[in-house]
Each structure stands twice: as C-alpha cells, then as structure tokens.
Design a protein around this ligand. Structure first.
Ligand code: OFO
Length: 179
C-alpha cells in the first residue's frame, strides 16, 4: 500500500481495478443508451424511457467511483468505451441482455469487494458493499420486467401494457448514489 503524507492511498492494483470499473459503468450507460435507440426505433416509448433512466443511473455509478478515487488521492484514468450492440432479436431479448449484463457487473463488483477485503482496505470495501446492494436491486428490477412479460406476454397487448408501465420510472437523483 502506498503512503503519501500519512494518508493511506489506494494500492496501484486497486487503483487500476477501480479505474477499470469506472469504464465498465460508462459502458453500462452506453449499452442502455443503445437500447434507448433500439426501443425508440420500435416506437416503444415506455421501454425507451426506462432504459434512458437506467443509462443515467449508470452514469451516476461511474461518477461515484470517480469521486471516490479522487477523494482517496488517486488519479482517475478514463479509457475508450467499447461500441455496444445496436440490435436485439426482440424487446424481450433486449431485457434478457440487460439482465445478463447486470449479472456480469455483479461479478465484477464482487471481485472488487474481494480485493478490498484482501488488501484490508475498509473504505473501499465499504464503497463496494454499496455496489453489492445496488447490484441486487439492478438484477431484481430487470428480472421483475421479464417475469411480468412471462405473465402478460412479450408481444401484442402484454408488451403494450408493459411499455405503458415502464413510462413511470422516475429519474435517478445524484442523492440516490450518495452515501
Ligand atoms: Fe452500475 O449497475 Fe448496472 O451495470
């Protein structure tokens, strides 16, 4: 662990991993923004709105780690964001891809929490525990949509009703990711 002026700094390994996670959160935002375009193209305004709110929330997730790295005296390094997919086989397939993506992100967060524990970095572990809880919510939200599509049907009236319901998702507030 590096020390500067008595302040415990992030290890290089930890700094690299957190910078990578900032990039992954921006990629999450990007993939959901791509789903916004997909749903807009299908005139599914509610689904597009839900994905737009999700993309904004991911942007806040990236910023939360960004701010934390700065607070710990680390140097944030931004990387190129990979091109996301632009097409899915169906609206349901897009939500399934969202769930798969969230499972992947949960795995990445778990690995970051493991690293924090391994390095006995309690502050970073504390931050990661926030993300661990957040990931439970993220997966549950998409899973809930898929289960409702199972019940109502994922085309025709079922999809129409789901689209109407998803219009009401509120905008994420920076306060939601504070603390
Ligand atoms: Fe950042 O939680 Fe989704 O990816």
């Amino acid at each position: 662990m590096n020390l500067r002026g008595g302040k415990a700094m992030l290890s290089n390994k930890h700094l690299d991993a957190l910078n990578k996670q900032i990039n992954d959160e921006y990629y999450s935002s990007y993939i959901y923004q791509s789903m916004v375009a997909y749903f807009e193209d299908k005139n599914l305004d509610g689904c597009a709105h839900w994905m737009k709110m999700q993309a904004e929330e991911e942007h806040l997730h990236a910023l939360k780690i960004f701010n934390y790295v700065v607070e710990r005296g680390g140097r944030v390094e931004l990387f190129a964001v990979p091109k996301p997919p632009i097409e899915w086989d169906s609206p349901r397939a897009a939500f399934e891809a969202a769930l798969d993506h969230e499972k992947l992100m949960t795995d990445k967060i778990s690995k970051l929490a493991d690293l924090a524990i391994e390095e006995r970095d309690h502050a970073t572990n504390n931050l990661m525990q926030w993300y661990v809880s957040e990931q439970v919510e993220e997966e549950a939200n998409v899973d809930d949509i898929l289960k409702k599509l199972d019940i109502m049907g994922d085309e025709g009236t079922g999809l129409f009703l789901m689209d109407r319901e998803l219009k009401s998702r509120p905008a994420p507030s920076p306060n939601d990711v504070e603390g």
